[in-house]
Design a protein around this ligand. Sequence first.
Ligand SMILES: C[S@@+](CC[C@H](N)C(=O)[O-])C[C@H]1O[C@@H](n2cnc3c(N)ncnc32)[C@H](O)[C@@H]1O
Length: 191
Amino acid sequence: MYKIKDYYHERAKKEGYRSRAAYKLKEINKRFRLIRKGDYVLDLGCSPGGWLQVAREIVGEGGYVLGVDKLRTLPLQYNNVEIIESDLEDFHTEMKFNVVLSDISPKIMGKRDVDQYRSYILAKKALEVTEKVLEDRGNFLVKIFQSEDVKSFSDDLRKRFGYVKFYRPRSTRKGSSEIYIICKSFRTSCL
Ligand SMILES: C[S@@+](CC[C@H](N)C(=O)[O-])C[C@H]1O[C@@H](n2cnc3c(N)ncnc32)[C@H](O)[C@@H]1O
């Protein structure tokens, strides 16, 4: 377990990524092509900023990345990456995006069912934001802790997206109950 943790942690440090989470997004995007060059990407729960860095690499100069987190995130030195310090509950924007990412995690309390439930509530909130800002046929990536609620959440996702798949990246820590849900081809007509 620690070997794997150290490997990605050390690699992130060496390669200049702000978090080991960067490798999860790289792996997911290589496999599912959620983000493309020129896309407008909203990254919910972006701090410390590993996903912001990876998203910017993919969208390039012609795209745009907006990060949101209740914690402060150090700025990135690109004029097409912006960061808003806000709780998800208070976040509003008039902008539209091709892709929404949510790596939001609750603060772990150590009581498994409480942590799972809070993760489910945050994932639902991320979907609520997504419904307001995602372009037709856009993509959504959301993290959730595995629990009984995941079934009803994924049923909701299937009503809104043409493609929904569960995925656990190789770089996920062993013992973690987190799972990512890949959603493609948003149907604005379902709203
Ligand atoms: C696992 S970290 C994200 C790591 C990030 N993807 C990266 O690559 O660096 C989860 C983040 O969710 C944020 N978060 C949790 N609850 C939140 C909320 N209600 N509103 C905004 N951000 C929240 C936390 O502050 C934390 O920074």
